[in-house]
Design a protein around this ligand. Sequence first.
Ligand SMILES: Cc1cc2nc3c(=O)[nH]c(=O)nc-3n(C[C@H](O)[C@H](O)[C@H](O)COP(=O)(O)OP(=O)(O)OC[C@H]3O[C@@H](n4cnc5c(N)ncnc54)[C@H](O)[C@@H]3O)c2cc1C
Length: 419
Amino acid sequence: MKTDVVVIGGGPAGLAAALKASEHADVVIIERDKELGGILQQCIHNGFGNFIFKKMMTGPEYAYHFISLVKKSGIRVMTETSVLEIDGNKKIVAAGPSGIVEIEAKAIVLAMGCRERSRAQILLPGTRPAGVYTAGTAQRLINIEGVMPGKKIVILGSGDVGLIMARRLTLEGAEVEGVYEIMPRPGGLTRNIVQCLHDYGIPLHLSHTVTDIVGKERVEGVKVAEVDESLHPIKGTERFISCDTLILAVGLIPENELSRQAGIEIDEITNGPFVDEHMETSVEGIFACGNVVHVHDIVDDVTASSEIAGEYAGRHASGKNGHGMGLEKKHNIKVVAGENVRYVVPQFLRHMDMEKLTFYLRVKEEKEDALVVISCSGKVVFEKRERMVKPPEMVKVSVPASLLEGADEVRVDVRCRNG
Ligand SMILES: Cc1cc2nc3c(=O)[nH]c(=O)nc-3n(C[C@H](O)[C@H](O)[C@H](O)COP(=O)(O)OP(=O)(O)OC[C@H]3O[C@@H](n4cnc5c(N)ncnc54)[C@H](O)[C@@H]3O)c2cc1C
């Protein structure tokens, strides 16, 4: 089969990209799940769409808005179909209800989201009983399958998914003994610390970790201990907590096996592909968006940047702009993560044909009264004040592209306003 644009993944990123691409070209969405909507289908709490729709929606409500537009748009949707292979020539091999399908596309949008870190990835010691779940699995069990994972729960990690699950489990009648976080600061958004822990009296133990899982058939308890500055357990602080379930909320990793297979260059810091301002990766005609590029806090940002990926994938496939199959790349401007910046996306500017450029970044250190400073070849061209910046909260800054004209390098620093 041949088509113009194939979007891999039907979560909010894939839906937004497909809708935009369909304004220019024929589009197929391939989704491995039974339904479109991605992770939003299991996020039945509200807190989605504050920026785009100016109201609080649940995950399924937010997804439904885009799914209904896709249904009306003529976009072809292949659900229960997993993409197994892609290559740099944009050939796709997928497996679905009718067997193996091979598709040749003119452009691909990668929108596979991310997956959760598991017990093995954080080398958690102890026995291997039932009752250890990632937070996303526990969320799926309760919200989609209607099954409670346990009655007395310990949560390791204070990422947003874990915080939301602490509240959800409490509302469903479980006892959440506490959330244990190895770092000296919480991993999730402040709003989730307040609304999911403080409002329900659930304690958050910073600089603590689980040192052992106890139980043969089922979890009988866990040992927790305080950690020192090098994150090693401090002798004498270990204590046993009786529980039947341990929930892990220890981070998300962009799902990039397919990207690597296609020879796309991956950023070691984000674990996602390097992208330019069109969200195009290092392989011409392959675009990426959403959590596959970097883990987002807010779905509205996923939608906004995925529309850019879809727009340019559609234009690429339809040969718009008069440059044959590609869009002209006139520049190779590196965007450098400077002082107190862990990463910036996009990492390159290669076209300089957009009116406004939006940079997404994460800081290394918390700072009050901060200034996001954009410089071109050593000269400050734009500044944005932020009341507070924190590592778990993504910072977004939109800059008129005209200010970056002629730059050979763009640098982003986040400083204290008063030095
Ligand atoms: C528990 C939780 C709570 C959240 N709460 C909020 C909130 O309150 N407010 C907010 O704004 N944001 C929230 N977010 C963030 C937001 O939901 C995500 O940023 C967003 O869903 C990411 O969209 P995505 O499309 O990139 O990924 P996903 O939603 O993960 O979608 C990726 C899709 O790709 C499919 N896929 C993957 N690999 C393949 C393959 N090989 N073949 C075919 N299909 C494939 C997957 O099945 C999936 O459907 C939350 C996220 C989580 C996990």
